[in-house]
Ligand binder design. Sequence first.
Ligand code: 5GP
Length: 193
Amino acid sequence: MTEVPIKSSNANLFILSSVAGGGKSTLIGKLLTEFPFLKFSISSTTRKPRKGDIPGISYNFLSVDEFEKGISNNQFLEWAKVHGNYYGTPRDYIESAIRNNENIILDIDVQGARLVKQQLPNSKSIFILPPSEEIWIQRLIGRGSDDEESIQRRIENGRKELLEKDQFDYQIVNDDLETALQELISIIRPNIT
Ligand code: 5GP
């Protein structure tokens, strides 16, 4: 498929990143309810499904072999290794959404955000920040979805990711969820109406 530059389209592409446990998934869920015409880009990953994950909706779950074939076949607009697993954004999906002037939201890490921004500079990148390191770590432990080693890895990676927050077009501090949601809506709404 020939790549469609976003500037020659009325598509809007929003990139959301945060440290693990930053509240990004909850915010995206609420945003999709608020804007039903916003399309969520379903990534592929080699991570094992977690409780609550729905294959084909949360992610397309692939083996390492399948993912690496996808890399060779240029199937990903961007891909990265995050917390030891592969994650990638489907190139065909994004290109066809741009072609069809759709509004798309990506939930990807800071490496992916940088790569998408390089290729599609008109996309809007938003970083969700925890209010403090202490509260962030409490939330990460409190969500109970990761073992101790994964939590440690997410804290180490998160500290590095936080150093990159200034590369984002917008930053939102997720102290109170509803306030953060309203801020997010106020960034997105003017772009899509
Ligand atoms: P989780 O495994 O907790 O769902 O996601 C771990 C991290 O991978 C999150 O920061 C999430 O935003 C990121 N991620 C999810 N999909 C992609 C993707 O397609 N590309 C990149 N670069 N990161 C992704």
